[in-house]
Design a protein around this ligand. Structure first.
Ligand code: AP5
Ligand code: MG
Ligand code: ZN
Length: 215
């Protein structure tokens, strides 16, 4: 299974990718998670990327294309992968197409998660992530049993630096300007599968599994 999860900030890409990863035992490749790990480790790439991320802007194409190119060549991608948050621009999508064809591989589908803007803002302002194991929560839609504490590992829940309302608005604008054109890009390649991302998490997962089975 070789999938792209496409959708605006807060659409549920990470949430759905983690569920698919468990079900199919294939890796989630989240460029956002990889970049945040580089920021936390203060690598040279992380230090440069942080400025773009905190501003709600995209990290330059060459940087993320390099990350994904390396990652796709790792052994665990042989059975498939779920790309989460990549590609995000037409040049990134073109680079992915070239890279996959060099590897002799083809995408199965591009799943587009459709969610209204006001719901996106509420999802992002209420998102919390475990600093220990990375599990995601939402204060209203998926609350932990004990406020501020991870159900899975007991770690402390933190809010992402870019989940402040003004940065969220900026990220949504960047999505509309630079990433939304990929919907037509993949529709043109007959890879696009649209899903109602407003439904509950398990229902969205059900829709995705349904359309993959049909394929
Ligand atoms: P990235 O980490 O990819 O952030 P994003 O695209 O803005 O998306 P999010 O992670 O915010 O949302 P999501 O769709 O994963 O939603 P989630 O499942 O968490 O990128 C961050 C930054 O890194 C970018 O701004 C950029 O600077 C840089 N970057 C990354 N990739 C790049 C690239 N390719 N090129 C250039 N720069 C790049 O869900 C959100 C919340 O809602 C959670 O709390 C969840 O519990 C809840 N929720 C999820 N689904 C539902 C549901 N169905 N119902 C109710 N609540 C739900
Ligand atoms: Mg995410
Ligand atoms: Zn945890």
């Amino acid at each position: 299974m070789k999938l792209i999860l496409l959708g605006p900030p807060g659409a549920g890409k990470g949430t759905q990718a983690k569920m698919l990863m468990e079900r199919f035992a294939i890796p989630q490749i989240s460029t956002g998670d990889i970049l945040r790990a580089a920021v936390a480790n203060r690598t040279e790439m992380g230090i440069r990327a942080k400025e773009y991320m905190d501003a709600g802007a995209l990290v330059p194409d060459q940087v993320v294309i390099g990350i994904v190119r390396d990652r796709l060549q790792e052994a665990d991608c042989e059975r498939g992968f779920i790309l989460d948050g990549f590609p995000r621009t037409v040049p990134q999508a073109d680079a992915l197409r070239r890279e996959l064809s060099l590897l002799g591989r083809e995408l199965d589908a591009v799943v587009s998660l459709e969610v209204d803007v006001d719901v996106l803002v509420e999802r992002l302002t209420g998102r919390r992530t475990c600093g220990g194991c990375g599990r995601g929560f939402h204060v209203r839609f998926d609350p932990p049993r004990v406020s501020g504490v991870c159900d899975a590992c007991g770690g402390a829940l933190v809010q992402r630096d870019d989940d402040r309302e003004e940065t969220i608005r900026q990220r949504l604008q960047v999505y509309a300007a630079q990433t939304a054109p990929l919907v037509d890009y993949y529709r043109g390649q007959k890879l696009l599968r649209e899903v109602d991302g407003m439904a509950a998490m398990n229902e969205v997962q059900g829709q995705i599994l349904g359309l993959l089975a049909v394929k």
